[in-house]
Design a protein around this ligand. Sequence first.
Ligand code: ADP
Ligand code: MG
Length: 680
Amino acid sequence: MDRLLEDLQYIKGVGPKRRKQLNRLGLNTVFDLIWNIPRSYFNRDNVNRITELRDSEASSIKGKICSTGTTRTRSGMIIFKALVQDDSGAITAVWFNQPFMSRIIKPGQDVFLSGKPRMFSFSGMEFNVSEYEVIEDKDTYFKVLPIYALTEGLSQRMMRSITLNSIRDYLDYYPEVLDKNLRKKYNLCPIDYAFSNIHFPNSREAYRQARKRLAMEELFLFQLQIRQLERYLPKDNYVIHQEKTDLVKRLTSELPFQLTKAQKKVVNEIFADMESPLAMNRLLQGDVGAGKTAVAALAMAKAIASGFQAAIMAPTEILAQQHYTALERFFSGYDVIVARLTGGTSGAERRLILEAVRSGEIDLLVGTHALIQDDVVFHRLGLVVIDEQHRFGVRQRAALSDKGNSLDVLVMTATPIPRTLALTVYGDLDLSVINELPPGRKAIKTYFIKPQRRQQLYQFIYEQVHNKAAQAYIVCPLVEESEKQDLQAAVSLYEELKTGVFSNLKVGLIHGRLKPTEKDMAMQMFKQGKIQILVSTSVIEVGVDVPDASIMVIEQAERFGLSQLHQLRGRVGRGHRQSYCFLIADPRNEEAVRRLQAMEKTNDGFKLAEEDLRIRGPGEFWGVRQHGLDGLKVANLSKDHKLVELSRVLAEEIKQDYMNSQLEKYITLKFKKSNQVAPN
Ligand code: ADP
Ligand code: MG
C-alpha cells in the first residue's frame, strides 16, 4: 500500500508544475488522486438537438463553433459568446465572467456543451454553459467522460490523462479488503473495477456498481474506525456506580427548579447505565436551553458519591468557565472539590491541579480539550461528560475516555442529528432525548431585517434596554479568511454604538483575542448586568447562559449556517421575558434567504436541522467536518440509508478477520483529516 502514498510526481504526465497545481486542489499522493471523484460526467451519447432545446431545461448539445466574441456589460461583467451549430440549427452559447474562454474555444472546433437554455424576448434563445468539452479525434473512445474540479492552468484533458495513468499504474497496489465471498454476499464489485468505472464508466450499470462499492468502502471504513477506537478500551475493571446516594437526593431537592418530565426520564436512563457493569456510551440530545447541564451535574454527583472522579469537557474557554462556576455553586456546601483546567491555566497552577487530579484529591475536573493532554492522569475516573460534542472529533472523545478503565461516557449535543448520520458518526451510541423545554419559556420572536432598517432596530433595543432593563447581544460574523478582520468589524461596531445611539447605556465587547480572564470578566459583567449590550464576535456561540438577556442581534446573518444561527438564538429566551432575535442580512443567494426564513418560521431545532440537511446536504452539515465525514467523497448520508445500515453489518463481519495493521493504515489514510478540533 505504501506505493499509493507516493508523490504525484511519479505519475506519468506529472512534472513539478503539474504537481503544484494538483497540490492546490488538495491532492498530494496517488491515493488522493484515485479518490478524487469526478464532480459530474459528460455523456457523449446523451445530446439534445439544438432546435429541440426547451427553456430552462438542463441539456447537452454537440456541434461546431461558427464564430466567437467577447462583450462587456454596463455593470462590468465580461461575457464570452460562441455560435454553435449542429445539423438541426444554431444557438448562441454564453459564458459569464470567464474572459480566458476566448483562448480555449475557437471557430472550427467541435464541442460538447452542457448547461441551460434561456429564452429572451429580444434575442431569442441562448445556451448558458456550465460545462464544456472540446472534442479531439484521438480521445473519443470513452463514451462518458469525467469532469473534475480544476485549478488555473490545469485542463480537463490533462486531469483526465493524469487520472487515467494513475489508475493504470497503481490500482494493482490498491488493497482489496472484501474477499470474493463477501463481495458476492453483498453484491459488491471489486475495488479496482469500482475505481476504473467511477472515473471512466463503461456503462450506466458499471457506474452504478462502482458508486455503490465506493460509497460502501467509505462507510464501512468509517464504521471500522469507530470500532477500532472502541477496541482499545479495556474491558475489565468495570465501573459500577452506586444505586442510591444521599448526595444525589439532596442535590436534586435543592435545585432552584423542578426537573421537567423529560429531564427526569433521561436522568433515569443515565443512572440505569451507570449502575450497570457495562460501560455507558450515551448521547444526550436536547435543544438549546433544554437543561442538559443539570442532568450532567446529577450524573457527576452520582459518580462522585460512588467514590469516582468525574470530568466534563467543553469546546470553548467561556463555556468551560461557565460550567465551572455553575458546578462550584451546585456542589457548594458538600465535600466535593471542583477544579478547572483549560489552555489558559498557568504553569504553576496547572502543576498543582495535575498533582491533585492524580492523587484523587480533586473530584470533578472541568475544562476544555486541555483535559485530553497526556500528562492529565486521573486517580479513579468513573464518568466523562462531553458537552456540545459536535465540536469534538471521534478521536478526542476516545482520548478522554481512555483516561479511565471502562468508564461511563455521556456526550451531550444541542444539534439534533438525523438517524442515519447518528448511526454513522457514533456507531453504537445509545440515545437519550430531552424533548421538552422548561416551563414558562416564551417562544422567541425572530425577524429577518434589511440593514437599511438598522436605526429603527437600535431605537427598539434602546427602549427595551433603557426602560425595561433588558440585555442584548450583538454578534458580528466570523470572517473565515481573517481573524483580524473579524475583530475589526466587532471593534468598530462597538466604538460606533458606544459613542452613538447607545452612549448612555453600558456597552461591552468580547472577542476571541481576549485573554481567558478578560473573557471571563466581560461575561461576568454581562451576567451581573454591569454590561447591558454585549458586542461580540461569534465566540459566544455555544452554550452560554445569561437568563436575563432577551435580545439577540446577528449582523450579516447570511454568513452563518442554520444550526449556528439556531445556537446563537438559543442564548436568549432562557428567562421569563419575551425574547427577540434579529437577523440583519442582505442575502444575495436564495439558499441564504431560505435559511433566514426558516429561522423566522420555527424555534424547533429538530425541524431546522432537517431543513439544513435539505438545503445544504450533509457535506456541509454542521459538525460533519470534525467527524472526518468530509472524508466521505461518494457516500451521501441523506440518500444512502440502506448502505449505511449495510456498512454496519459489513464492519461487524470484517472486524474479526481483517483487523490488522494494513487495514488500520488504510483507515487512517482515508480519514486523516478527522483528528482536528473545530476552531472556536
Ligand atoms: P442546555 O441544554 O442548552 O445546555 P442549560 O443546561 O444551559 O441548557 O439550561 C438552560 C437554562 O434553563 C439554565 O438557566 C438552567 O438553569 C435552566 N433550567 C434547566 N432545567 C430547568 C428546569 N427544569 N426548570 C427551569 N429552568 C431550568
Ligand atoms: Mg449547554
